[in-house]
Design a protein around this ligand. Structure first.
Ligand code: ASP
Length: 325
């Protein structure tokens, strides 16, 4: 009996040795990417495109969950405290870097709470207004905003959002504070802009291009040095008289700190597949942008970007002295 048991135990341990570890079989179930903004906005659009391509590559569903609020910091906090098993991820943008200074108290340590999967895309911004807003070009908008500073409303996705940052740059370029209206994302902000409840917004082309092309909102400028192919009639901020106002919004994919390196590596490889996916490239091109180059879909590239951007924006935000808390 003893011998039979020993043989059984030896066979079982051999089987265990032969069985692939969790990291090798990853993913065994669906993955959720948290978007720290409301559904229908630009971060959501980019994430759903990337999630679809990663899902095909990983052979599991990659779901998107919107956790909007507090300029993206609520969603980021959710991921910071999630199990570090690769099944809960975060797709966030430049706000990951700016909120590290804008919020003196965050529920997570920006540089300590995440593992890096890779860079995703870099998206131009557009200054847009409701369709029936009086001014027809950027110079006229500046004049109008200065003359009506107590009533002109600027939508954004909360302090720490890209729209907040871009709105701040606009107000500081024209040396005029305007009334800001925060939303949980620029998806719902766009609904209000279309409905005429809010006057202007600075937002990613991934949210504004189709509306501008359809003539449902007014476009005043793109925040890039050159005009965009998809919006050839929209002047750059420099052409419109605000030369220093250039900004584009980079996005990255993160996992909670402590995710097994093999899992991070698998996710990063899958992100790279998404970055080179034809559909992702074509859809982003229609929206005035492109996926990050494949070599930037790596942990090192995202880590270097985040660290560099925290250092870049810290003195600018401190000089402005406008904190969220
Ligand atoms: N990208 C937007 C922003 O940061 C938010 C969103 O994606 O809804 O303003």
């Amino acid at each position: 009996m003893k011998t039979i048991w020993k043989t059984f135990a030896a066979a079982a341990s051999l089987m265990m040795l032969a069985a692939p570890s969790g990291a090798q079989t990853f993913p065994e179930r669906s993955i959720t990417i948290i978007v720290p903004f409301a559904a229908g906005g630009p971060t959501d659009t980019v994430t759903r495109l990337v999630a679809e391509a990663m899902s095909k590559d990983l052979g599991q569903q990659v779901l998107v969950e919107n956790v909007g609020g507090a300029g993206g910091t609520l969603g980021a906090g959710r991921v910071a405290s999630a199990d570090p098993d690769g099944y809960t991820l975060l797709l966030h943008h430049i706000g990951m870097a700016t909120s590290a200074t804008l919020y003196r108290k965050l529920a997570y340590d920006t540089l300590g709470a995440f593992d890096y999967v890779g860079l995703v895309t870099e998206v131009p911004m557009t200054i847009v207004g409701r369709k029936d807003l009086e001014p027809n070009d950027l110079a006229a908008l500046v004049e109008y905003a200065k003359a009506n500073q107590d009533s002109v409303t600027v939508a954004n996705a909360g302090i720490g959002a890209a729209s907040h940052l871009c709105g701040m740059l606009f107000m500081s370029a024209i040396e005029t504070p305007l009334v800001t209206v925060p939303y949980k994302g620029t998806g719902p902000a766009m609904t209000d802009l279309l409905g005429g409840q809010v006057d202007i917004m600075c937002d990613q082309t991934t949210n504004t291009t189709k509306q501008i092309q359809g003539g449902t909102i007014k476009a005043y400028a793109v925040t890039t040095p050159e005009r965009l192919e998809v919006l050839p009639d929209v002047p750059t901020t420099a052409e419109g008289g605000l030369p220093g106002m250039e900004v584009s919004i980079w996005h990255g994919l993160y996992a909670p700190k402590g995710t097994p390196p093999e899992v991070v590596d698998r996710l990063s490889k899958s992100l790279q597949v998404a970055l080179t996916d034809e559909n992702v490239g074509a859809r982003l091109a229609e929206l005035g942008t492109a996926p990050s180059p494949q070599e930037d879909g790596t942990p090192d590239a995202l880590k270097a970007k985040l660290e560099g951007e925290i250092t870049r924006w810290k003195p600018i935000i401190e000089a402005a002295g406008q904190y969220a808390d």
